[in-house]
Design a protein around this ligand. Sequence first.
Ligand SMILES: [Zn+2]
Length: 212
Amino acid sequence: MSTEVALRDEITRLGWSMFERGLTFGSSGNISVRLDDGWLMTPTNVSLGRLDPARITRLDTAGRLLAGDPPTKERFLHIAMYNMRPNARAVVHLHSTHSVAVSCLADVDPEDVLPPITAYYVMRIGRLPLIPFHPPGDKTLAEAVRLQAGRHTAVLLANHGPVVSGTSLDAAASAAEELEETARLHLMLRGCHIRFLTPEQVAELRQRFPLN
Ligand SMILES: [Zn+2]
């Protein structure tokens, strides 16, 4: 397992990479990693493109600040995900444009927002529930996430953005990127006659590549 110093560097590198590729803007989005005795989390009011590894927030298992800058206001989202997903080692939350656009559509299935367009979406995200709108940072939002997180590796916050967990930082980031690209495809294909994966194909993928 990576040391805390190495994880701080990984978070910084990932934040920069996501910022450079337009997956996050301003000071939006946050990244966290589970430690054996707490979490590392990106601080409040900082661009993911300009993180300082030494100032990344360190929280204990009760969510108290141990070191670094004050944590993101959205820390409750991350903690809700970790509390319900024992195998989750990292959580990525973005306001990435296409995912947010899909989170604003009125005609989606709130139990499973995006259809099975590609195999990798099914393998990395599975079913994606829509969490009804709550103000960012509000504890009612964390509770709504908690209710879905036990059954889903990722959730989509209405008119806000995705929260994606993974068994490593790489896995969470890859899944968040897969979700963003699938959201983009979904918007590109709206109004087209689409051949989705069949229920049988989806079931086989879920059996062969179970989500953690
Ligand atoms: Zn947010």
